[in-house]
Design a binder for this molecule. Structure first.
Ligand code: UD1
Ligand code: CA
Length: 446
Protein backbone atom coordinates (compact mmCIF):
# COMPACT_ATOMS: atom_id res chain seq x y z
CA UNK A 1 0.00 0.00 0.00
CA UNK A 2 1.19 3.52 -0.72
CA UNK A 3 2.06 5.96 2.02
CA UNK A 4 1.65 9.72 2.16
CA UNK A 5 3.35 11.99 4.66
CA UNK A 6 1.71 14.98 6.25
CA UNK A 7 4.31 17.06 8.08
CA UNK A 8 3.02 19.73 10.46
CA UNK A 9 5.12 22.87 10.42
CA UNK A 10 2.76 25.80 10.85
CA UNK A 11 3.48 26.52 14.51
CA UNK A 12 5.21 29.70 15.57
CA UNK A 13 7.88 28.19 17.81
CA UNK A 14 7.77 31.24 20.04
CA UNK A 15 10.15 29.71 22.56
CA UNK A 16 12.93 29.81 19.97
CA UNK A 17 12.85 33.63 20.30
CA UNK A 18 13.80 33.92 16.65
CA UNK A 19 12.83 35.75 13.48
CA UNK A 20 13.61 32.50 11.66
CA UNK A 21 10.71 30.03 11.59
CA UNK A 22 11.46 27.26 14.07
CA UNK A 23 11.68 24.46 11.49
CA UNK A 24 14.40 26.34 9.60
CA UNK A 25 16.80 26.15 12.53
CA UNK A 26 19.45 23.54 11.82
CA UNK A 27 20.76 20.39 13.39
CA UNK A 28 23.94 18.96 11.85
CA UNK A 29 23.75 21.39 8.96
CA UNK A 30 20.18 20.56 7.93
CA UNK A 31 16.96 22.37 8.81
CA UNK A 32 14.57 20.65 11.20
CA UNK A 33 12.00 20.40 8.40
CA UNK A 34 14.70 18.78 6.27
CA UNK A 35 15.28 16.22 9.01
CA UNK A 36 11.55 15.52 9.22
CA UNK A 37 11.47 15.00 5.44
CA UNK A 38 14.45 12.62 5.68
CA UNK A 39 12.73 10.74 8.49
CA UNK A 40 9.65 10.39 6.30
CA UNK A 41 11.66 9.46 3.19
CA UNK A 42 12.40 6.15 4.92
CA UNK A 43 8.89 4.94 4.04
CA UNK A 44 9.29 6.00 0.38
CA UNK A 45 6.19 8.20 0.47
CA UNK A 46 4.16 8.52 -2.71
CA UNK A 47 3.19 12.03 -1.58
CA UNK A 48 4.61 14.52 0.90
CA UNK A 49 2.39 17.34 2.11
CA UNK A 50 3.86 19.98 4.40
CA UNK A 51 1.50 22.21 6.37
CA UNK A 52 3.00 25.69 6.73
CA UNK A 53 1.84 28.81 8.52
CA UNK A 54 4.29 30.96 10.44
CA UNK A 55 7.06 32.02 8.06
CA UNK A 56 5.29 30.04 5.33
CA UNK A 57 7.20 31.49 2.40
CA UNK A 58 10.62 30.71 3.82
CA UNK A 59 9.54 27.24 4.96
CA UNK A 60 8.00 26.48 1.56
CA UNK A 61 11.20 27.56 -0.21
CA UNK A 62 13.21 25.20 1.99
CA UNK A 63 10.79 22.30 1.49
CA UNK A 64 10.65 22.67 -2.30
CA UNK A 65 14.42 23.14 -2.45
CA UNK A 66 14.80 19.75 -0.77
CA UNK A 67 12.02 17.99 -2.66
CA UNK A 68 10.47 19.70 -5.67
CA UNK A 69 7.65 17.15 -5.69
CA UNK A 70 6.48 18.01 -2.17
CA UNK A 71 3.19 19.89 -1.81
CA UNK A 72 2.91 22.78 0.64
CA UNK A 73 -0.46 23.78 2.04
CA UNK A 74 -1.11 26.76 4.28
CA UNK A 75 -2.80 26.84 7.64
CA UNK A 76 -3.52 30.51 8.13
CA UNK A 77 -4.56 30.29 11.78
CA UNK A 78 -3.08 27.65 14.06
CA UNK A 79 -6.29 26.13 15.39
CA UNK A 80 -4.77 22.85 16.47
CA UNK A 81 -3.19 19.69 15.12
CA UNK A 82 -6.45 18.26 13.65
CA UNK A 83 -7.10 21.55 11.87
CA UNK A 84 -3.50 21.45 10.61
CA UNK A 85 -3.86 17.95 9.14
CA UNK A 86 -7.21 18.98 7.67
CA UNK A 87 -5.37 21.46 5.43
CA UNK A 88 -3.97 18.43 3.55
CA UNK A 89 -7.48 17.10 2.79
CA UNK A 90 -7.63 18.49 -0.75
CA UNK A 91 -4.06 17.61 -1.62
CA UNK A 92 -4.79 13.99 -0.66
CA UNK A 93 -8.41 13.84 -1.93
CA UNK A 94 -7.52 11.18 -4.53
CA UNK A 95 -5.02 9.34 -2.34
CA UNK A 96 -5.99 5.86 -1.26
CA UNK A 97 -3.12 4.65 0.88
CA UNK A 98 -2.09 5.28 4.49
CA UNK A 99 -1.11 8.65 5.87
CA UNK A 100 1.63 9.18 8.44
CA UNK A 101 1.50 12.46 10.33
CA UNK A 102 4.90 13.78 11.46
CA UNK A 103 5.94 17.02 13.15
CA UNK A 104 8.39 19.32 11.40
CA UNK A 105 10.27 19.91 14.64
CA UNK A 106 10.90 16.25 15.53
CA UNK A 107 14.03 15.06 13.74
CA UNK A 108 14.95 11.68 15.21
CA UNK A 109 12.16 9.21 14.50
CA UNK A 110 13.82 6.15 12.95
CA UNK A 111 12.90 4.26 9.79
CA UNK A 112 12.47 1.12 11.87
CA UNK A 113 9.85 2.84 14.05
CA UNK A 114 7.89 4.10 11.04
CA UNK A 115 7.98 0.61 9.54
CA UNK A 116 6.47 -0.76 12.76
CA UNK A 117 3.77 1.93 12.60
CA UNK A 118 2.88 0.88 9.06
CA UNK A 119 2.91 -2.80 9.99
CA UNK A 120 0.49 -2.24 12.91
CA UNK A 121 -2.58 -4.44 12.85
CA UNK A 122 -4.98 -1.58 13.50
CA UNK A 123 -6.99 1.15 11.81
CA UNK A 124 -5.14 3.90 13.59
CA UNK A 125 -1.61 3.63 14.98
CA UNK A 126 -0.13 6.11 17.44
CA UNK A 127 3.53 6.34 18.36
CA UNK A 128 3.93 6.49 22.14
CA UNK A 129 6.84 6.57 24.55
CA UNK A 130 7.48 6.26 28.27
CA UNK A 131 8.23 9.82 29.31
CA UNK A 132 10.80 10.47 32.03
CA UNK A 133 8.87 13.69 32.75
CA UNK A 134 5.39 13.49 31.16
CA UNK A 135 4.70 17.18 31.91
CA UNK A 136 2.59 18.62 29.07
CA UNK A 137 2.45 15.58 26.79
CA UNK A 138 -0.85 14.00 25.83
CA UNK A 139 -1.43 10.83 27.89
CA UNK A 140 -2.26 7.54 26.20
CA UNK A 141 -5.16 5.73 27.84
CA UNK A 142 -4.40 2.18 26.74
CA UNK A 143 -5.01 -1.41 27.64
CA UNK A 144 -1.83 -3.16 26.61
CA UNK A 145 -1.22 -2.06 23.05
CA UNK A 146 -4.88 -1.25 22.49
CA UNK A 147 -5.42 2.47 22.67
CA UNK A 148 -8.73 3.79 23.99
CA UNK A 149 -8.20 7.52 23.81
CA UNK A 150 -5.66 10.31 24.25
CA UNK A 151 -6.15 13.03 26.80
CA UNK A 152 -4.20 16.26 26.60
CA UNK A 153 -2.44 17.27 29.84
CA UNK A 154 -4.56 20.42 30.11
CA UNK A 155 -7.74 18.35 30.05
CA UNK A 156 -6.51 15.41 32.12
CA UNK A 157 -7.74 14.37 35.57
CA UNK A 158 -5.16 14.00 38.36
CA UNK A 159 -5.32 10.22 37.92
CA UNK A 160 -4.74 10.52 34.16
CA UNK A 161 -1.79 12.82 34.78
CA UNK A 162 -0.12 9.92 36.64
CA UNK A 163 0.14 8.04 33.33
CA UNK A 164 3.66 8.11 31.86
CA UNK A 165 2.87 6.57 28.45
CA UNK A 166 2.73 9.66 26.25
CA UNK A 167 1.81 10.70 22.72
CA UNK A 168 4.73 11.52 20.40
CA UNK A 169 2.35 13.10 17.87
CA UNK A 170 3.11 10.59 15.12
CA UNK A 171 -0.13 9.04 13.91
CA UNK A 172 -0.92 6.76 11.01
CA UNK A 173 -4.30 5.90 9.45
CA UNK A 174 -5.81 5.26 6.01
CA UNK A 175 -6.33 8.60 4.26
CA UNK A 176 -10.12 8.29 3.87
CA UNK A 177 -10.67 7.32 7.51
CA UNK A 178 -8.29 9.99 8.80
CA UNK A 179 -10.12 12.84 7.07
CA UNK A 180 -13.53 11.38 8.00
CA UNK A 181 -12.56 11.32 11.67
CA UNK A 182 -10.99 14.78 11.54
CA UNK A 183 -14.27 16.18 10.18
CA UNK A 184 -15.90 15.09 13.44
CA UNK A 185 -13.34 16.65 15.78
CA UNK A 186 -14.64 19.58 17.83
CA UNK A 187 -12.83 22.20 19.88
CA UNK A 188 -14.65 21.98 23.18
CA UNK A 189 -11.55 21.60 25.36
CA UNK A 190 -9.19 23.55 27.60
CA UNK A 191 -7.33 25.09 24.64
CA UNK A 192 -10.28 25.67 22.31
CA UNK A 193 -8.27 23.85 19.64
CA UNK A 194 -9.06 21.02 17.25
CA UNK A 195 -6.99 18.16 18.67
CA UNK A 196 -5.79 15.45 16.28
CA UNK A 197 -5.61 13.23 19.33
CA UNK A 198 -9.43 13.23 19.50
CA UNK A 199 -9.61 10.96 16.46
CA UNK A 200 -8.71 7.98 18.66
CA UNK A 201 -11.87 8.14 20.73
CA UNK A 202 -13.88 8.80 17.56
CA UNK A 203 -12.33 5.70 15.95
CA UNK A 204 -12.86 3.40 18.94
CA UNK A 205 -16.44 4.76 19.17
CA UNK A 206 -16.94 3.38 15.65
CA UNK A 207 -15.67 -0.01 16.81
CA UNK A 208 -12.32 0.48 15.06
CA UNK A 209 -9.02 -0.55 16.61
CA UNK A 210 -6.30 1.90 17.62
CA UNK A 211 -2.88 0.61 18.59
CA UNK A 212 0.07 2.08 20.43
CA UNK A 213 3.50 1.47 18.95
CA UNK A 214 6.27 2.50 21.35
CA UNK A 215 9.76 3.81 20.80
CA UNK A 216 12.55 5.30 22.92
CA UNK A 217 11.86 8.78 24.24
CA UNK A 218 15.01 10.09 22.52
CA UNK A 219 13.46 9.44 19.10
CA UNK A 220 10.49 11.63 19.88
CA UNK A 221 12.52 14.65 20.98
CA UNK A 222 10.80 17.75 19.64
CA UNK A 223 12.60 21.07 19.51
CA UNK A 224 10.94 24.04 21.14
CA UNK A 225 13.86 26.13 22.39
CA UNK A 226 17.48 26.76 21.55
CA UNK A 227 18.39 24.65 24.57
CA UNK A 228 16.59 21.70 23.00
CA UNK A 229 18.18 22.57 19.66
CA UNK A 230 21.61 22.20 21.26
CA UNK A 231 20.51 18.95 22.93
CA UNK A 232 19.38 17.62 19.57
CA UNK A 233 22.71 18.61 18.03
CA UNK A 234 24.55 16.75 20.80
CA UNK A 235 22.40 13.65 20.34
CA UNK A 236 22.98 13.74 16.60
CA UNK A 237 26.75 14.19 16.98
CA UNK A 238 27.09 11.40 19.51
CA UNK A 239 25.29 9.00 17.22
CA UNK A 240 27.16 10.13 14.06
CA UNK A 241 30.52 9.65 15.80
CA UNK A 242 29.52 6.18 16.91
CA UNK A 243 28.24 5.24 13.46
CA UNK A 244 31.50 6.44 11.88
CA UNK A 245 33.67 4.48 14.30
CA UNK A 246 31.58 1.33 13.97
CA UNK A 247 31.95 1.74 10.20
CA UNK A 248 35.75 1.61 10.45
CA UNK A 249 36.72 5.25 10.86
CA UNK A 250 39.33 6.22 13.45
CA UNK A 251 38.42 9.32 15.43
CA UNK A 252 41.33 10.34 17.64
CA UNK A 253 39.10 12.51 19.80
CA UNK A 254 35.48 11.78 18.85
CA UNK A 255 33.97 14.49 21.04
CA UNK A 256 35.74 17.24 19.09
CA UNK A 257 34.73 16.06 15.60
CA UNK A 258 31.51 17.52 14.15
CA UNK A 259 29.49 15.81 11.45
CA UNK A 260 26.76 16.95 9.10
CA UNK A 261 23.60 14.99 8.45
CA UNK A 262 25.11 13.58 5.25
CA UNK A 263 28.84 13.19 6.01
CA UNK A 264 30.19 10.07 4.33
CA UNK A 265 33.49 8.63 5.56
CA UNK A 266 34.77 5.36 4.12
CA UNK A 267 36.53 2.60 5.96
CA UNK A 268 40.01 3.33 7.34
CA UNK A 269 39.63 7.08 7.14
CA UNK A 270 41.35 8.69 10.10
CA UNK A 271 40.19 11.99 11.53
CA UNK A 272 42.25 14.04 13.95
CA UNK A 273 40.92 16.24 16.75
CA UNK A 274 38.80 19.34 16.10
CA UNK A 275 37.68 18.59 12.58
CA UNK A 276 34.38 20.01 11.29
CA UNK A 277 32.46 18.42 8.42
CA UNK A 278 29.94 20.80 6.84
CA UNK A 279 27.25 19.47 4.51
CA UNK A 280 27.99 17.27 1.51
CA UNK A 281 31.41 15.80 2.28
CA UNK A 282 32.57 12.43 1.01
CA UNK A 283 35.91 11.02 2.11
CA UNK A 284 37.24 7.84 0.54
CA UNK A 285 39.11 4.90 1.97
CA UNK A 286 42.38 5.46 3.79
CA UNK A 287 42.30 9.25 3.60
CA UNK A 288 43.62 11.23 6.55
CA UNK A 289 41.99 14.39 7.83
CA UNK A 290 44.38 16.02 10.28
CA UNK A 291 43.53 18.25 13.21
CA UNK A 292 41.66 21.56 12.93
CA UNK A 293 40.49 21.12 9.36
CA UNK A 294 37.14 22.39 8.05
CA UNK A 295 35.50 20.65 5.10
CA UNK A 296 32.25 21.27 3.24
CA UNK A 297 30.84 20.33 -0.16
CA UNK A 298 33.96 18.42 -1.09
CA UNK A 299 35.26 15.03 -2.11
CA UNK A 300 38.49 13.63 -0.71
CA UNK A 301 39.90 10.73 -2.73
CA UNK A 302 41.44 7.55 -1.38
CA UNK A 303 44.62 7.97 0.68
CA UNK A 304 44.59 11.74 0.27
CA UNK A 305 45.83 13.86 3.17
CA UNK A 306 44.17 17.03 4.42
CA UNK A 307 45.45 19.43 7.05
CA UNK A 308 46.28 20.11 9.76
CA UNK A 309 44.47 23.46 9.54
CA UNK A 310 43.16 23.04 6.01
CA UNK A 311 39.91 24.42 4.63
CA UNK A 312 38.12 22.60 1.83
CA UNK A 313 35.20 24.61 0.48
CA UNK A 314 32.39 23.59 -1.89
CA UNK A 315 33.61 22.06 -5.12
CA UNK A 316 37.02 20.99 -3.79
CA UNK A 317 37.89 17.57 -5.22
CA UNK A 318 41.06 15.77 -4.19
CA UNK A 319 42.11 12.80 -6.30
CA UNK A 320 43.89 9.79 -4.90
CA UNK A 321 46.87 10.53 -2.65
CA UNK A 322 46.63 14.30 -3.16
CA UNK A 323 47.90 16.42 -0.28
CA UNK A 324 46.49 19.68 1.02
CA UNK A 325 48.43 21.04 3.95
CA UNK A 326 48.31 23.69 6.63
CA UNK A 327 46.61 27.03 6.07
CA UNK A 328 45.52 26.09 2.58
CA UNK A 329 42.08 26.95 1.24
CA UNK A 330 40.68 25.06 -1.75
CA UNK A 331 37.43 26.12 -3.46
CA UNK A 332 35.83 24.69 -6.60
CA UNK A 333 39.09 23.10 -7.69
CA UNK A 334 40.27 19.67 -8.70
CA UNK A 335 43.58 18.58 -7.24
CA UNK A 336 45.02 15.76 -9.34
CA UNK A 337 46.41 12.38 -8.32
CA UNK A 338 49.37 12.83 -5.98
CA UNK A 339 49.43 16.61 -6.43
CA UNK A 340 50.56 18.67 -3.44
CA UNK A 341 49.37 22.01 -2.11
CA UNK A 342 51.19 21.88 1.16
CA UNK A 343 51.39 25.34 2.66
CA UNK A 344 49.60 28.68 2.93
CA UNK A 345 47.87 28.72 -0.46
CA UNK A 346 44.52 29.67 -1.98
CA UNK A 347 43.45 27.56 -4.94
CA UNK A 348 40.00 28.48 -6.31
CA UNK A 349 38.26 27.86 -9.64
CA UNK A 350 41.18 25.75 -10.77
CA UNK A 351 42.40 22.38 -11.92
CA UNK A 352 45.74 21.08 -10.76
CA UNK A 353 47.20 18.20 -12.77
CA UNK A 354 48.55 14.95 -11.41
CA UNK A 355 51.77 15.18 -9.37
CA UNK A 356 51.92 18.96 -9.70
CA UNK A 357 53.54 20.79 -6.79
CA UNK A 358 52.11 24.09 -5.65
CA UNK A 359 54.67 26.07 -3.67
CA UNK A 360 53.99 27.84 -0.39
CA UNK A 361 52.00 31.01 -0.63
CA UNK A 362 50.64 30.40 -4.14
CA UNK A 363 47.42 32.29 -4.84
CA UNK A 364 45.00 31.86 -7.72
CA UNK A 365 43.71 35.38 -8.31
CA UNK A 366 40.34 34.12 -9.49
CA UNK A 367 38.16 37.17 -8.90
CA UNK A 368 38.40 40.47 -10.72
CA UNK A 369 35.79 42.14 -8.57
CA UNK A 370 32.97 41.18 -10.92
CA UNK A 371 33.61 37.74 -12.39
CA UNK A 372 35.38 34.53 -11.42
CA UNK A 373 38.00 33.09 -13.76
CA UNK A 374 39.71 29.75 -14.12
CA UNK A 375 43.29 28.67 -13.60
CA UNK A 376 44.60 25.48 -15.14
CA UNK A 377 47.82 23.91 -13.97
CA UNK A 378 49.10 20.92 -15.92
CA UNK A 379 50.43 17.60 -14.71
CA UNK A 380 53.88 17.67 -13.08
CA UNK A 381 53.96 21.47 -13.08
CA UNK A 382 56.07 23.10 -10.37
CA UNK A 383 54.62 26.36 -9.15
CA UNK A 384 57.25 28.34 -7.25
CA UNK A 385 56.53 29.77 -3.83
CA UNK A 386 54.54 32.98 -3.70
CA UNK A 387 53.35 32.72 -7.30
CA UNK A 388 50.26 34.75 -8.15
CA UNK A 389 48.23 33.19 -10.94
CA UNK A 390 46.08 35.93 -12.43
CA UNK A 391 43.13 34.06 -13.93
CA UNK A 392 42.12 33.22 -16.55
CA UNK A 393 45.52 31.64 -17.04
CA UNK A 394 47.09 28.27 -17.79
CA UNK A 395 50.35 26.72 -16.74
CA UNK A 396 51.25 23.84 -19.03
CA UNK A 397 52.29 20.34 -18.13
CA UNK A 398 55.75 20.19 -16.57
CA UNK A 399 55.99 23.98 -16.64
CA UNK A 400 57.51 25.99 -13.79
CA UNK A 401 57.16 29.43 -12.31
CA UNK A 402 59.96 31.16 -10.46
CA UNK A 403 59.19 32.14 -6.86
CA UNK A 404 57.37 35.42 -6.61
CA UNK A 405 56.19 35.37 -10.21
CA UNK A 406 52.93 37.05 -11.16
CA UNK A 407 51.68 34.82 -13.96
CA UNK A 408 49.49 36.86 -16.28
CA UNK A 409 50.10 34.98 -19.54
CA UNK A 410 49.76 31.29 -20.29
CA UNK A 411 52.93 29.28 -19.71
CA UNK A 412 53.51 26.64 -22.42
CA UNK A 413 54.19 23.00 -21.57
CA UNK A 414 57.70 22.55 -20.22
CA UNK A 415 58.41 26.32 -20.04
CA UNK A 416 59.64 28.35 -17.10
CA UNK A 417 57.90 31.64 -16.26
CA UNK A 418 59.84 34.34 -14.45
CA UNK A 419 57.88 37.45 -13.77
CA UNK A 420 59.61 39.52 -11.12
CA UNK A 421 62.06 42.42 -11.12
CA UNK A 422 65.71 41.58 -11.39
CA UNK A 423 67.78 41.50 -8.21
CA UNK A 424 70.58 44.05 -7.67
CA UNK A 425 73.27 43.58 -4.96
CA UNK A 426 74.95 46.67 -3.49
CA UNK A 427 78.20 45.64 -1.78
CA UNK A 428 78.60 46.88 1.80
CA UNK A 429 75.35 48.86 1.66
CA UNK A 430 73.58 46.91 4.42
CA UNK A 431 76.27 47.59 6.99
CA UNK A 432 76.36 51.28 6.11
CA UNK A 433 72.60 51.65 6.20
CA UNK A 434 72.46 50.06 9.65
CA UNK A 435 75.04 52.54 10.97
CA UNK A 436 73.08 55.50 9.61
CA UNK A 437 69.83 54.24 11.15
CA UNK A 438 71.40 53.59 14.56
CA UNK A 439 72.89 57.08 14.59
CA UNK A 440 69.47 58.56 13.75
CA UNK A 441 67.79 56.62 16.57
CA UNK A 442 70.44 57.74 19.07
CA UNK A 443 69.94 61.38 18.10
CA UNK A 444 66.12 61.05 18.36
CA UNK A 445 66.24 59.43 21.83
CA UNK A 446 68.84 61.80 23.34
C1 UD1 B 1 0.91 17.67 20.69
C2 UD1 B 1 -0.12 16.59 21.00
C3 UD1 B 1 0.26 15.91 22.31
C4 UD1 B 1 1.66 15.31 22.19
C5 UD1 B 1 2.64 16.39 21.80
C6 UD1 B 1 4.01 15.79 21.48
C7 UD1 B 1 -2.28 17.34 20.13
C8 UD1 B 1 -3.56 17.98 20.44
N1 UD1 B 1 -1.42 17.21 21.12
O1 UD1 B 1 0.83 18.62 21.72
O2 UD1 B 1 -0.67 14.86 22.59
O3 UD1 B 1 2.05 14.72 23.41
O4 UD1 B 1 2.20 17.08 20.59
O5 UD1 B 1 4.92 16.80 21.26
O6 UD1 B 1 -2.06 16.93 19.00
N2 UD1 B 1 0.96 22.55 14.59
C9 UD1 B 1 0.48 23.11 13.44
N3 UD1 B 1 -0.70 23.78 13.47
C10 UD1 B 1 -1.44 23.89 14.60
C11 UD1 B 1 -0.94 23.33 15.78
C12 UD1 B 1 0.24 22.64 15.74
O7 UD1 B 1 1.11 23.03 12.38
O8 UD1 B 1 -2.51 24.51 14.52
C13 UD1 B 1 2.23 21.85 14.56
C14 UD1 B 1 3.30 22.53 15.37
O9 UD1 B 1 4.07 23.41 14.56
C15 UD1 B 1 4.13 21.37 15.89
C16 UD1 B 1 3.11 20.23 15.99
O10 UD1 B 1 2.04 20.59 15.16
O11 UD1 B 1 5.12 20.97 14.98
C17 UD1 B 1 2.64 20.00 17.41
O12 UD1 B 1 2.04 21.15 17.90
P1 UD1 B 1 2.19 21.63 19.39
O13 UD1 B 1 1.43 22.85 19.58
O14 UD1 B 1 3.62 21.63 19.77
O15 UD1 B 1 1.44 20.42 20.13
P2 UD1 B 1 1.46 20.11 21.66
O16 UD1 B 1 0.53 21.00 22.35
O17 UD1 B 1 2.86 20.06 22.13
CA1 CA C 1 5.15 20.59 21.14
Amino acid sequence: MQTALVILAAGMGSRMKSRLPKVLHKVAGLSLIGHAMRVGAAVSPARTVVVTGHGAEAVEAEVLGLDASAVCVRQDAQNGTAHAVDQAREALADFEGRVIVLYGDTPFITAETLDRMLAADADVAVLGFEAADPAKYGRLIADGTTLERIVEAKDASPAELEITLCNSGVISAPAGLLFDLIAEVGNDNASGEYYLTDIIELATGRGLRAEVITCAEEETLGINSRVQLAEAEAIFQRSARETAMLGGVTLADPASVYFSFDTSLAQDVTVGPHVVFGPNVRVEEGAEILAFSHLEGCHVGPHAQVGPYARLRPGATLAEAAKVGNFVEIKKAEIGVGAKVNHLSYVGDATVGAAANIGAGTITCNYDGVMKHKTEIGANAFVGSNTLLVAPVNMGAQSMSASGTVVTQDVPDGAMAIGRSKQVNKPGFAVKLMQVLRAKKKKRDS
